[in-house]
Design a protein around this ligand. Structure first.
Ligand code: NAD
Length: 475
């Protein structure tokens, strides 16, 4: 029997597979837990001993809704365990998922593949019998072909070790749901054994496929490209609406209304068309840069040259919001207490990699402001990366006495803030809504100067209740 995705059980169409997951970060830990949840026997490996010790004792070392409970459930089931031994993993698994990081190289746009190479090399040395290695990390096109040669050369089982690519599309904050009910599965297979490898992957994902998930089977290079192409498209859509925000700023137009009107066109759609502070995190920025670097190596720089502008528009949002903060503070923030709501690159995650919120908080600090940051889950990570910033202990603590408030990560608890109560805590009611997440009229009605990128200033109530159209006299 296997666990179905609706919580029941069904006759087992395939016996449980013995698999390993190599790299237990945001992607790997989620994948390992979810593979155990659908009935497989899983050994998960990482070189970070502290991370493995935490996971083995049922503690998730990062924030991801729903995952801690599932981790504990699967540890208790006996189907999931953790190790730091590549030999143990190699001896155990018939299918090995590579989930290690591929960050941007320092001083270059290219992806750093040293973790992928090291993990494959360590595993290969112990592969004594036929098995399937499945890449899930996001890699530049051509990496899988190079890793295939590496495996054949280094593994004692030689060409009986097959390699496939199965890119991952999960979103932090929705990682469990996206792993168990993905939009699609992509299998990149190669050579004579490709048909058999596809069957193995179909067995791995049997309950997911049985629930109706479409499967796209393609060659190795296409499967690598799918992921970077998807992220390039999403980044482009975000930067498109933010470029429109720049146009709105000089024409007195309202980008929020513009986006709403565009999104009614079903050919365009509203998702990822939300203007604001732009994208960050451990995927989009480094993936579009790695794509540009790879295109350059392939002699097709022009094909993805537009991504340079996508990146530039995105980064301009960060400096523009600092300018807006200065603008609403009469050009001088020195000594002002500035509350920054949000540190994570997105809500429902504690991931601060390339976080726009922290980038902006630090830039505000360098204008002489006293910046106080609060985030429901990302403060410990933020403190390690930005020890120079001051951190609050709650939303109220951050707001108390603030001369200016910036909402930079749209956590639910910030989006539902009561402007009247918040107004009683601050020194001056001035809100820069970097995510266009607040009901502007409510805030203006409660006496706040409300500003957002690409939107005209809206009249706000004075303490006597009369509307004023400009910023003077903000209380
Ligand atoms: P991460 O930094 O959270 O995790 C990477 C893990 O790999 C770390 O725990 C690290 O200790 C481990 N590691 C490094 N070298 C190792 C080795 N030689 N052997 C075993 N473990 C090793 O990164 P992540 O966010 O999980 O991303 C991993 C990959 O997945 C990246 O290529 C990323 O682009 C891709 N991806 C991430 C997401 C996401 O939402 N985070 C979504 C889709 C794809």
């Amino acid at each position: 029997m296997f666990d179905t995705l609706d919580g029941g059980t069904a006759p087992d169409p395939n016996p449980a597979l013995r698999m390993t997951v190599i790299g237990t970060g945001y992607l790997g830990a989620t994948h390992a837990v979810c593979m155990a949840a659908i009935g497989h026997e899983v050994v998960a490996l990482d070189v970070d001993e502290a991370k493995i010790a935490a996971l083995a004792s049922g503690v998730l070392p990062f924030h991801e809704p729903g995952l801690p409970e599932l981790l504990q459930e699967q540890l208790a089931s006996g189907r999931l365990r953790f190790t730091t031994s590549a030999q143990e993993a190699a001896e155990f698994g018939d299918v090995h998922f590579i989930c290690v990081g591929t960050p941007q190289q320092p001083g270059s746009y290219a992806a750093d593949l040293t973790y992928v190479d090291a993990s494959v090399r360590a595993l290969a040395a112990h592969l004594q019998r036929p098995c399937l290695v499945v890449g899930k990390s996001t890699v530049p096109v051509g990496t899988a072909a190079r890793l295939t040669a590496m495996l054949h050369e280094l593994a004692p089982a030689g060409e009986d070790v097959h390699l496939t690519w199965n890119p991952e599309f999960l979103r932090e904050g929705f990682a469990v749901e996206d792993t168990l009910r993905p939009d699609r599965l992509v299998f990149g297979v190669q050579g004579d054994g490709g048909a058999q490898d596809e069957l193995t992957l179909r067995a791995v994902y049997a309950p997911v496929i049985a629930a109706g998930t479409p499967v796209v089977v393609t060659n190795l290079s296409t499967s690598e490209l799918v992921k970077v192409a998807a992220n390039s498209f999403l980044a482009t859509k975000i930067s498109f609406i933010n470029a429109m925000a720049e146009v709105c700023e000089v024409t007195g137009s309202d980008v929020k209304d513009l986006a709403a009107a565009l999104s009614h066109d079903t050919r365009i759609g509203g998702r990822f068309l939300r203007p604001g502070l732009g994208f960050g995190g451990g995927c989009l920025p480094k993936d579009i840069r790695a794509f540009m670097a790879r295109a350059n190596e392939l002699g097709i720089t022009q094909a993805v040259e537009f991504l340079r502008e996508v990146d530039a528009i995105n980064l301009r949002r960060r400096s523009r919001i600092v300018s807006l903060a200065l603008e609403v503070s009469d050009g001088d923030l020195s000594g002002a207490r500035v509350a920054v709501l949000g540190a994570a690159f997105k809500p429902d995650s504690d991931d601060i990699r390339d976080s726009p919120a922290l980038d902006v908080a630090d830039a505000l600090r360098s204008t002489g402001a006293h910046v106080v940051v609060w985030d429901p889950h990302a403060v410990p990570n933020a403190k390690r990366a930005y020890p120079q910033l001051t951190y609050a202990t709650s939303t109220e603590d951050a707001l108390r006495g603030a001369d200016l408030v910036l909402l930079l990560t749209e956590w639910e608890e910030f989006c539902t803030l009561d402007p009247v109560r918040a107004g009683e805590l601050v020194n001056r009611r001035v809100m820069v809504d970097g995510r266009q997440a607040l009901p502007a009229e409510h805030w203006a009605h409660a006496g706040w100067v409300y500003r957002a990128l690409g939107r005209p200033a809206i009249p706000h109530a004075t303490p006597s209740g009369a509307p004023v159209s400009q910023l003077e006299g903000a209380a």
